[in-house]
Write a protein that binds this ligand. Structure first.
Ligand code: ADP
Ligand code: ZN
Length: 210
C-alpha cells in the first residue's frame, strides 16, 4: 500500500506514520527528516536548504522532488511506503504522479490552527540525540534535559512562534489545495485529530481497513 499523510505542520503526521509503519511493516519517508539529516551532515544540499527551513519556508520543489525520487527507488519501498510531509505543493503532487507510483490513500489529519500553535510552541528536541518532548504532553524528567542522553533539550528554530505562524500560512496557501487535488482522484480520507494520540491512531487504522 502506498500512502500519503497530509496535514498542517504539527498535526502529528510523524506519530501517525510511525503507527502505520508498525502495523503495515512499510517504511515511512519523511522529507522533514531527510532534510534535517542533510543539514546536520553539512552536505551541499543541506547547506543550500537550511535557510528555508529556519524561516519556515518550503525548500524549493526540485530539491525535495529529487530527494523523494531517490528514496522511493530504494529496495525497501518496493512493497509500499508512507509519505510524511510530501507532497506539500501542487507541483510536488504532479511530480509524484509523473514518477509513475500509484497512491492508494491520502490520509488528511485535520487539526485547528489554535491547537497547532499550542502543540508546536511546547515542542522540545534533544540537540544531541534528536529525542522529542513536549512541555505539556510529554515532558522530560528534568526540565530542559534529555532523558536518553542527558544533553540539553532545545526549541527547534522552526518551532519559534513567528516561524510557526509563517509555516501555518504556507500550509494554508500551498499545501491545503492538495486536498482538492486528491479529492478529485477519490483518494482523500480526512481524519479528525483527537486530543489523545491513541484515539487518532484508531481513526487512522479504520481508514486503512476501509
Ligand atoms: P513539520 O513539523 O512542518 O511537519 P517537517 O519536519 O515535515 O515539518 O519539515 C521541516 C521543514 O522542512 C519544513 O518547514 C520545510 O522547510 C522543509 N520541508 C519538508 N518537507 C518539504 C516539502 N515536501 N517541500 C518543501 N519543503 C519541505
Ligand atoms: Zn538526547
Amino acid at each position: 500500500m502506498n500512502l500519503i499523510l497530509l496535514g498542517a505542520p504539527g498535526a502529528g503526521k510523524g506519530t501517525q506514520a510511525e503507527a502505520i509503519c508498525d502495523k503495515l511493516q512499510i517504511p515511512a519517508v519523511s522529507t522533514g527528516n531527510i532534510i534535517r539529516a542533510a543539514i546536520k551532515a553539512g552536505t551541499e544540499t543541506g547547506k543550500a536548504v537550511q535557510r528555508y527551513t529556519e524561516q519556515g519556508q518550503l525548500v524549493p520543489d526540485e530539491v525535495v522532488i529529487a530527494m523523494v525520487k531517490e528514496r522511493l527507488a530504494q529496495e525497501d519501498c518496493k512493497g509500499g511506503f508512507i509519505l510524511d510531509g510530501f507532497p506539500r505543493t501542487l507541483a510536488q503532487a504532479v511530480a509524484l504522479d509523473e514518477m509513475g507510483v500509484t497512491i492508494d490513500k491520502v490520509i488528511d489529519i485535520e487539526v485547528s490552527d489554535s491547537e497547532i500553535i499550542r502543540r508546536m510552541s511546547g515542542r522540545r528536541v534533544c540537540g544531541s540525540c534528536g529525542a522529542t518532548y513536549h512541555i505539556e504532553y510529554k515532558p522530560s524528567q528534568t526540565e530542559g534535559v534529555c532523558d536518553k542522553c542527558g544533553e540539553p533539550t532545545i526549541l527547534r528554530k522552526d518551532d519559534e512562534p513567528d516561524t510557526v505562524l509563517e509555516r501555518l500560512q504556507v500550509y494554508h496557501n500551498q499545501t491545503e489545495p492538495l486536498k482538492e487535488y486528491y479529492e478529485k482522484q477519490n483518494k482523500l480520507y480526512p481524519v479528525q485529530g483527537q486530543e489523545e494520540v491513541q484515539d487518532t491512531i484508531a481513526l487512522t487504522m479504520k481508514v486503512l481497513e476501509a
